[in-house]
Design a protein around this ligand. Structure first.
Ligand SMILES: NC(=O)c1ccc[n+]([C@@H]2O[C@H](COP(=O)([O-])OP(=O)(O)OC[C@H]3O[C@@H](n4cnc5c(N)ncnc54)[C@H](OP(=O)(O)O)[C@@H]3O)[C@@H](O)[C@H]2O)c1
Length: 278
């Protein structure tokens, strides 16, 4: 059984989910059904991934009740202005074929766009929350100085902050800020897109435990309390990544992996990312 993390709005989220970034639309429905078959009940998508429709189709095709699956999507960077955000949210629900989302996020703060005003965008997500069309609302790629602005200027505290986290980017500063403000941390690229799995320290721990490096790294996140959703289109890996609840790391293992931090981002820096899709 997947453990859950309690959110600051009274809801809870499965700590392990399935991410669909970079899964081509034609493969998404099959991949989602595969993940549901293995036991995942939390799917992380985004409008910018171009596969929301197929996520909804995969869930319906598998036949699980909508209420049994926790689904997250995110606002496209091109739609931060309030009216554009309202329309984009309607389109997201329409594409998924859902009446509500479990969690909706601002994908990037884009401080160099929209006059640096992500607070107005956040107020629109507050509307979705009050309407019940987003059961929880949160942000992604927010640094403490972005979160502080919401804290000072907005009414609702984000339920989550989804940020890049893996052994080479442990993000302990942002995580400490989030812990202090009851914001749950979701770690994206939890296995560093596969690029941390050959690390000798991780391989050594995996060999001792008779587990794979990916399982060890995913377990490290679980023991630190973060929410994760590794992506794979490979059936064996989808299953492997789910098999992390029948073993534990020692405290020393957790410390060894955390000490691998080198503040290395595989993705962009939230202060400078300004990407807007065509
Ligand atoms: N909010 C944001 O800005 C943001 C940004 C990036 C990602 N995300 C979310 O986070 C999710 C996960 O991040 P991610 O997709 O960037 O990276 P990731 O989950 O760390 O890594 C995915 C890569 O690792 C491979 N892989 C998966 N399981 C493996 C295993 N057991 N052994 C070896 N290799 C394995 C996958 O290959 P195959 O698929 O070929 O098996 C894929 O190439 C995304 O899907 C998305 O939902 C959010």
């Amino acid at each position: 059984m997947t453990p859950s993390v309690d959110l600051n709005d009274g809801r809870s989220i499965p700590q392990l989910g399935y991410g669909v970034f970079q899964i081509p639309p034609a493969e998404t429905s099959r991949a989602v059904a595969e993940a549901l078959e293995v036991g995942y009940r939390h799917i992380d998508t985004a409008e910018m991934y171009g596969n929301e429709r197929e996520v909804g189709e995969g869930i319906r095709a598998f036949g699980v009740p909508r209420s049994d699956v926790f689904v997250t999507s995110k606002l496209n960077n091109g739609f931060h202005r309030p009216d554009a955000a309202r329309n984009a949210f309607d389109r997201t629900l329409g594409a998924l074929g859902f009446e509500y989302l479990d969690l909706f996020l601002i994908h990037w703060p884009l401080p160099t766009r929209y006059d640096g005003d992500f607070v107005s965008t956040w107020r629109v997500l507050e509307e979705f929350y009050r309407e019940g069309r987003a059961r929880s609302v949160g942000v992604s790629n927010f640094k403490p100085h972005h979160l502080r602005r919401l804290h000072e200027e907005a009414e609702i505290t984000p339920a989550v902050n989804q940020i890049e986290v893996h052994p080479y980017l442990t993000q302990d500063g942002v995580r400490a800020f989030c812990a202090e403000h009851q914001i749950a941390v979701e770690g994206w690229s939890p296995i560093g897109r596969g690029q941390v799995l050959g690390d000798p320290e991780i391989v050594t721990i995996a060999q001792r435990l008779g587990r794979t490096p990916a399982q060890v790294v995913l377990r490290w996140h679980i023991e630190r309390g973060d929410i994760i959703f590794p992506k794979s289109v490979t059936p064996g890996r989808i299953r492997e990544n789910f098999g992390i609840f029948d073993f534990e790391l020692t405290g020393a293992d957790v410390e060894t992996i955390t000490a691998l931090n080198r503040d290395h981002r595989f993705g962009g820096d939230p202060d400078t990312v300004d990407f807007i899709p065509d």
